[in-house]
Design a protein around this ligand. Structure first.
Ligand code: SPD
Length: 341
């Protein structure tokens, strides 16, 4: 009888150990269809511990201080480059990601990961202005709109240092990736001058605010514009003529991940055509997944000018680069903008 009880406890332990596999996923807010997480858990038995961040810099700070361990993260281009440089992400074993065949080869080997050793393409997009057609005096074809006092306390800016400083540099006539002191000082002064006109610095809240008609114009990422435009016929999106940022968001496995095999299964799952199509329909961002685009229907997918900007728009867009030690200059400028009145 005693022997039976011991065996029973042992069996229980084996069962509970078998269901206890877990992965920890750290992603941008509103960047996955929650239903896909449930599907992954049901299909694999792996529990997903899911946490969100608002900016690359928030995510980086958590990973770089070494106190938190995640199995899957979603950095953008320049942040992938930085994390490779600082050995914070590990090489991907492509044998364990067979669904990588679904990713359009044009999105592989990008400059931030030239041999595609560390990152799996997830989404891409542009930065531009989302505007309420009933509340603006004209289509905001220029970034100067964001300095126009007609929109005093009626404009939203991104609470994201690299994006906002990058666009201010463009507005001052400098390169989006400039590290020149004079250029950064000009960008800082512009943003300080703009500050009293800004209703709020936001990230994910931009959607509720624009859909709710709380502001006329907002600096946004294209996928969020798509989401908002699906919800409101009053909203439209433009990439200003001075040029802008084109970004590529990727999936990586941090160097200190605890469950690499689980992370690989999750990443492979996200590369499946049906899953990427569900995520496209939910988050609104352009995707590099050809199998998903086939499921969505190429005509329907390509009909969106927001997610498929014409070549002349793309030609004016630049990718953010990792700036090495000069990143500190951006941190300093951002602190001064946010604290200055
Ligand atoms: N709501 C999540 C949005 C994520 C967008 N990433 C954009 C990165 C631009 N550098």
């Amino acid at each position: 009888m005693k022997k039976f009880a011991v065996l029973f406890v042992l069996a229980l332990c084996i069962v509970s150990c078998a269901v206890a596999e877990k992965i920890s996923v750290y992603n941008w807010g509103d960047y996955i269809d929650p239903e896909t997480i449930k599907m992954f858990e049901a299909e694999t038995g792996i529990e997903v511990e899911y946490m969100v961040y608002e900016t690359n810099e928030d995510m980086y700070a958590k990973i770089a201080n070494g106190k938190s361990s995640y199995d899957v993260i979603f950095p953008s281009d320049y942040m992938v480059e930085r994390m490779i440089h600082e050995k914070l992400v590990q090489e991907i074993n492509w044998e364990n990601i067979p669904n990588i065949v679904n990713i359009d080869s044009r999105f592989m080997n990008e400059s931030y990961d030239p041999e595609s050793r560390y990152s799996v393409p997830y989404t891409w997009g542009t930065m531009g202005i989302l505007y309420n057609t009933g509340m603006v005096k004209e289509v905001p074809h220029s970034w100067d709109t964001m300095m126009d006092d007609t929109y005093n306390m009626d404009m939203l800016m991104l609470n994201s240092p690299r994006d906002t400083i990058g666009i201010a540099l463009v507005m001052c006539g400098y390169d989006l990736n400039s590290t020149d002191d004079e250029a950064l000082e000009a960008a800082k002064q512009l943003l300080i001058k703009q500050k009293p006109m800004v209703l709020a610095y936001v990230v994910d809240e931009v959607k509720d605010k624009m859909i709710g008609g709380e502001a006329s114009v907002a600096m946004v990422w294209s996928g969020d514009a798509t989401f908002c435009m699906d919800e409101s016929d009053e909203l439209d999106y433009v990439v200003p003529e001075e040029g802008s940022n084109i970004f590529f968001d990727a999936i990586c496995i941090p160097s200190n991940a605890k469950n690499v095999a689980g992370a690989e299964k999750f990443i492979d799952f996200l590369c499946r055509g049906d899953i990427a199509a569900m995520n496209y329909n939910y988050v609104g961002y352009a995707i590099p997944n050809t199998a998903a685009i086939e499921i969505i229907g190429a005509d329907e997918y390509n009909a969106s000018p927001v997610n498929n900007p014409p070549q002349e728009v793309l030609d004016k867009c630049q990718v953010f680069k990792y700036l090495g030690e000069d990143t500190k200059k951006y941190d300093q400028v951002w602190t001064e903008i946010i604290s200055e009145y």
